[in-house]
Design a binder for this molecule. Sequence first.
Ligand code: P70
Length: 458
Amino acid sequence: MRFPAEPFRIKVVEPIKNTTQEERERLIREAGYNIFSIPAETIYIDLLTDSGTSAMSDNQWAGLMLGDESYAGSRNYYHFEQTVREIFGFKNIIPTHQGRVAENLLFSNILKEGDVVPNNIHFDTTRANVEYHKAQAVDCVIDEGLDPENPHLFKGNMDLNKLEAVIKKYGADRIPIIMLTITNNSGGGQPVSMENIRQVSELAHRYGIRFFFDACRFAENCYFIKEREEGYADKSILEIAKEMFGYADGCTMSAKKDGLVNIGGFVAVNDDEWAQRITNMLILIEGFKTYGGLAGRDLEAIARGLKEVLDENYLRFRINQTRYLGEMLADQGIPIVKPIGGHAVYLDARRFLPHIPPEQFPGQAIVVELYKRAGIRAVEIGSLMMAKKDPETGKMIPPSLELVRLAIPRRVYTNMHMQYVAEAITEIYHEREKLKGFEIEYEAEFLRHFTAKLKPVD
Ligand code: P70
């Protein structure tokens, strides 16, 4: 079979409400054309994010009942710690309630003004957390990773020459860590190869710089390595993960992705002194070190989720469901990022709507139309989310890619739902000249896409 069928059967169902196009047109107008301000109950297929939206297994739900809600020393913490250590191997494991807190705790304790953090491509929360500390977030992904049509199999790879040039330009003492985001979300959910991981680790360590992963989608990255990189076809996902993390000094993790849970995360570091500082701050802002802002039962669900996510049958379906949606769109000539990523299909909004310039947010025009017409929620990852401001002129500098992301929640939708999505997008594509751009009416200083208010351009 070209596309494997769902490797699970459905024990509990959640009905989805029906809305009319008229209702949705009113709601999106009232929401200032911001998809984050739409009541989720009015959405038919929610592809806003794969983060925190997974369906947990019966085994995870059973684990919730075994939650030990002791303030200190909960048995679920020990299970969580042992599981993370087995897969990731790091010495100190500090739970947090989600990924951006892990980032904040790490950066607050290691960055000072004027520092620089290289990454393949920083995700928006990572970039914001670096910049919040008056440090600079520099992206060093390979050029192929910025070309939506380039078929390179590891488009998340770091460009070693760019990386070394950054180290030489700023000096290693201004670079506390080098990061790799696996898979590379902002570049289309693209994997990083083991070879590249090894080389980045080596380069970082040669300059005495620590090497960290942003590990949200590590299992999906491992599956791609197994599928695509020579020498890994016969290795288990766990073996691949162990090798990968063995090259690093720590990681930040949002368990809301490959932890298969609705909330949770952690920061892991080998360095005891860093761990001590981070733990002290954790206690100040999140909670004691054996719960980190989570309930005991949440830690149990993460421990079980991290084991389930390594299952190859699960990963094969997961990666191929995303591919299924992507190929249906590509077959209709719709411009998407290729190869198709792990957790999402990315529409290339520049080529989809060449008549709308980046300043008028072509990606957002597609997002709004998809909701109005079909009740589908996607998210813009383009100028609205990722643009920078020229510090002198205040003018917007658009990112290299204008994308619309269709992120697929884990174990939630069937392949028939994917067909519905493909048909809706195909319809819009056929009438694409009618779509118009947007302008901003209100924006916040950081992470503006979450709260911005927009209006259609006349
Ligand atoms: C997503 C969410 C979160 C994320 C990530 C990487 C590579 C860290 C984090 C932060 C965020 C999002 C975006 C648009 C709509 C809804 C949500 N990514 N690093 O969907 O983790 O959210 O737990 O603080 O992708 O990609 P956390």
